[in-house]
Design a protein around this ligand. Structure first.
Ligand SMILES: NC(=O)c1ccc[n+]([C@@H]2O[C@H](COP(=O)([O-])OP(=O)(O)OC[C@H]3O[C@@H](n4cnc5c(N)ncnc54)[C@H](OP(=O)(O)O)[C@@H]3O)[C@@H](O)[C@H]2O)c1
Length: 346
């Protein structure tokens, strides 16, 4: 089968060659079932998450031994099932996530870890749902308990997790303020009906958001969704209400922000550190319920999955470059056996 392996730590955006940290094999062994309740899936698509990029750079919190096949969330079709599998049959359309291994034509998972993709839902898009939408759903719904009428501020709002947070915020009935850089991202967010969009590359976030809040007779921000960190977090803190929730999602800026405990005390803020993947070990039921609810929202059209770039596995360096260069609007995908899809914009 075709598989991408990380053979050394380095920059995965350089052209795939002898010096690249990633290599494509066309004759990798197809994985066997690992238990009587396991299932082999023929992968249709797998998404690029910022974490996949950081992992190959050697900058992610989890550092698997080399060589490894990267990749986390994916969709596909059930290819082969163990004798004790009761809920799936060959041919079923599924999606799931793993710690590693989805940048390959086949992957093996336990049946309890797979989700049926509802009829009518695009299978390639379903491969982008678990990590990005799952993270934002657990953060906003389970942790911050975002409710109708509350003000949600989303940083990095056109990226993978950011765009999912914007949409989940709208489903919850929140007033959504989005921060993104560049005209294309700003226009796209406006087209989704976001209440206020700030171009972080041009406008002062504090001034722009304060003006909007004043015009809408709102006091401040109730929930801050932060996958960026650094200077943006520092500025956003000036906009938070008494009793606000801060969701620490990631540090795409490369800068881990400091949140002063004295201000958190005085303002009664709740600060949530959120590592979605670790819920698989500590709160598996929360993850399962969350992905199932998201799939039902996807089937009803309450959320849509925007894919700005799609590549073949052999073009994975270009896919990583789209992430590194902040070009993604929504998700960047690797799709298998699907030459008909729109080619990359790069
Ligand atoms: N906690 C969890 O469980 C969890 C789960 C998934 C992701 N994450 C984290 O969330 C962050 C975003 O992940 P993602 O997959 O959504 O990535 P992404 O699609 O690449 O989005 C990142 C966004 O961050 C913004 N950004 C600001 N400064 C940046 C910089 N210096 N370099 C790159 N981007 C910058 C970009 O928006 P503009 O260009 O518009 O500014 C970009 O749209 C990552 O840190 C990731 O590790 C955490």
């Amino acid at each position: 089968m075709e598989a991408l392996q990380c053979i050394k730590i380095g920059d995965p955006t350089i052209p795939i060659s002898e010096t690249s940290p990633i290599t494509i094999s066309t004759s990798h062994a197809i994985p066997n079932l690992i238990s009587p309740t396991s299932i082999r899936v023929r992968v249709k698509s797998t998404s690029l998450n910022y974490a996949n990029y950081l992992q190959i750079l050697g900058k992610y919190q989890e550092k698997p031994p080399l060589p490894f096949i990267p990749g986390s969330d994916y969709s596909g079709v059930v290819d082969f099932i163990g004798p004790n599998v009761s809920n799936f049959r060959p041919g079923d359309r599924v999606c799931s996530f793993a710690a590693l291994g989805s940048f390959a034509q086949f992957i093996v998972a336990e049946e309890n870890d797979l989700f049926l993709v509802p009829n009518g839902c695009d299978l390639v898009a379903a491969g982008a749902l678990p990590v990005a939408f799952g993270t934002s759903h657990v953060a906003l719904v389970h942790r911050a308990q975002l409710s109708s009428g509350q003000v949600l501020l989303v940083l990095g709002a056109a990226g993978g997790v950011g765009l999912s947070a914007v949409q989940i915020g709208k489903v919850c009935g929140a007033v959504v303020i989005a921060v993104a850089r560049g005209d294309e991202k700003v226009q796209f967010l406006k087209s989704l009906g976001v209440d206020h969009v700030v171009d972080g590359g041009k406008d002062s976030i504090i001034e722009s958001v304060k003006e909007f809040l004043k015009a809408r007779k709102l006091k401040g921000v109730d929930v801050l969704y932060d996958p960026v960190g650094g200077k943006l977090t520092k500025e956003s803190m000036k906009l938070l209400n008494w009793g606000a929730h801060i969701l620490i999602i990631g540090f795409a800026s490369g800068d881990v922000p400091v949140i002063p405990a004295n201000i958190a005390l005085v303002k009664n803020w709740t600060i949530h550190g959120l590592y979605w993947g670790s819920h698989k070990i500590h709160r598996p039921g929360v993850l399962e319920d969350s992905v199932k609810e998201l799939l039902s929202w996807f089937a009803k059209g309450l959320i849509t999955i925007n894919i700005s770039h799609t590549y073949k596995l052999s073009e994975a360096n270009l896919a990583f470059a789209a992430i590194k260069e902040r070009k993604a609007i929504g998700k960047v995908m690797i799709a298998f056996d699907d030459d008909s899809r729109q080619k990359s914009k790069l």
